[in-house]
Write a protein that binds this ligand. Structure first.
Ligand code: NAD
Ligand code: MG
Length: 406
């Protein structure tokens, strides 16, 4: 692929936090990138504003109702892009022949099939949607390899690891590169120092107020429970072919180091920067070149002290659950991911308390017996079953009466 040709990009989840940051970076380099498609779910107002600025050929919206509204809004604004609908529309813009790059930034399992479609179509895939990899792991990596897709991690930790690995790193082969360990860093979220006994009564607003990163609600709650680090542990295993014992989770509350690779000679290579997702986005967009991202450079004269610690199990049971699931296999990571999407949503809607997220997730894992997931259909069936199971578990919890009693 010639570096001089304008690269066409489909941004899946354009109206989200990662989507908006992607548009910001792309619009700084309009001679190099052209937006082919923008996808929203239901935020049509923001989609319209983005479409005015980016002039995409396609937009994708959730359903027929959104379609009718979008058609009207777009024609009033004299915009002539085509409006597509639902999963089919997402898959179409993720795999269209004209597209070079797909930013996979839909949140949750809803991103699985469109992201997989991009991999199967041999695109340069910028992977933000970690949930799709957590669910489909080996199948996804296989599809990417079979179709010469280039997979570039957007998750800041995985992007950091990617940057700290040697350029000739062979998938799964730490030894021949002299690597002894992957150090996956995490901030510990907003409740790192909250008394353990207060955790059961924290609110969704408190859980979503991350000290360093501005993100969507689901990943913000996942950061507060450290399920996010657990999903990232699983993600790292698939992305780089790692064994569970190759990865160590390190707490680093300042979020300046985004992860590290430790070598047998004692060297540790870290990637650093201000906590702003435009850095990994710009890195992946231009890879192997470098482009400006709009992110302020680090100012070491004003940086706070760096500190490091180990995560406590009692505070972050979701992290342990995810690591256990990763060791158990693909069915367990798929079930845990589905259970967690439902329990986080229930927490955000005030149906369960913060500490019950992990309890519900654990209960769902316990109610699921081991089974083989050797196709995407099997993955989706497990995902659906785990969602139903989790809904039932939540019905059995009576959070309101707990709240009333306290
Ligand atoms: P967000 O909630 O801000 O945005 C999600 C996007 O997905 C929105 O455009 C929304 O319209 C779309 N969407 C939601 N449900 C959908 C559905 N059913 N069908 C189609 N589209 C749907 O989330 P975010 O923070 O931008 O995160 C996106 C992904 O990137 C997540 O997988 C997250 O784990 C990952 N990620 C985010 C960050 C971050 O800093 N925000 C960092 C690392 C990884
Ligand atoms: Mg991350």
């Amino acid at each position: 692929e010639s570096q001089n040709k304008v690269q066409k990009i489909s941004i899946l989840g354009a109206t989200g936090s990662i989507g908006q940051s992607t548009i910001d970076v792309v619009s700084r380099h309009s001679g190099q990138f052209k937006v082919f498609a923008l996808t929203a779910n239901r935020n049509l107002e923001l989609l319209l504003a983005q479409a005015k600025a980016c002039q995409p050929e396609y937009v994708v919206v959730a359903d027929e109702t959104c379609y009718k509204q979008a058609k009207q809004l777009f024609s009033q604004a004299n915009l002539h892009c085509e409006v597509l609908v639902g999963q089919e529309g997402l898959i179409q813009v993720a795999s269209a022949t004209d597209v070079d790059i797909v930013m996979a930034a839909i949140v949750g399992a809803a991103g699985l099939l469109p992201t997989l479609a991009a991999a199967k179509s041999g695109k340069k895939v910028l992977l933000a949607n970690k949930e799709s990899l957590v669910m489909s792991g080996d199948l996804f990596i296989q599809a990417a390899n079979d179709n010469n897709a280039q997979l570039l991690p957007i998750d800041s930790e995985h992007n950091a690891i990617f940057q700290c690995l040697p350029v000739d790193y062979k998938y799964g082969d730490l030894a021949s590169s002299g690597i002894s360990k992957i150090l996956l860093t995490g901030s510990g979220g907003p409740f790192l120092n909250t008394p353990l006994t207060d955790l059961s009564s924290v609110t969704p607003e408190q859980a979503c107020a991350h000290p360093n990163w501005d993100m969507g609600k689901k990943i913000s709650v996942d950061s507060a429970t450290m399920m996010n680090k657990g999903l990232e542990f699983i993600e790292a295993r698939y992305l780089f072919g790692l064994k569970a014992q190759d990865i160590e989770v390190v707490l680093h509350p300042q979020s300046i180091i985004h992860s590290m690779v430790q070598y047998v000679d004692g060297s540790v290579i870290a990637q650093m920067g201000n906590p702003d997702m435009r850095t990994p986005i710009a890195h992946a967009l231009a890879y192997p070149e470098r482009i400006e991202s709009g992110v302020k450079p680090l100012d070491f004269s004003t940086l706070a002290n760096f500190s490091f610690s180990q995560p406590e199990s009692a505070r972050f049971p979701n992290l342990d659950l995810a690591i256990q699931a990763s060791k158990a296999g693909q069915y367990a990571t798929t079930v845990l991911n589905a259970a967690n999407e439902i329990s986080v949503q229930a927490f955000l809607q005030g149906q369960i308390g913060f500490t019950q997220i992990a309890q519900v997730n654990q209960e769902c894992l316990q109610q699921t017996s081991s089974h083989v997931l050797d196709s995407i259909d099997a993955v989706i069936a497990s995902d659906q079953a785990a969602r139903a199971c989790t809904q039932n578990i939540i019905k059995g919890f009576n959070f309101q009466s707990i709240k009333d009693a306290s």
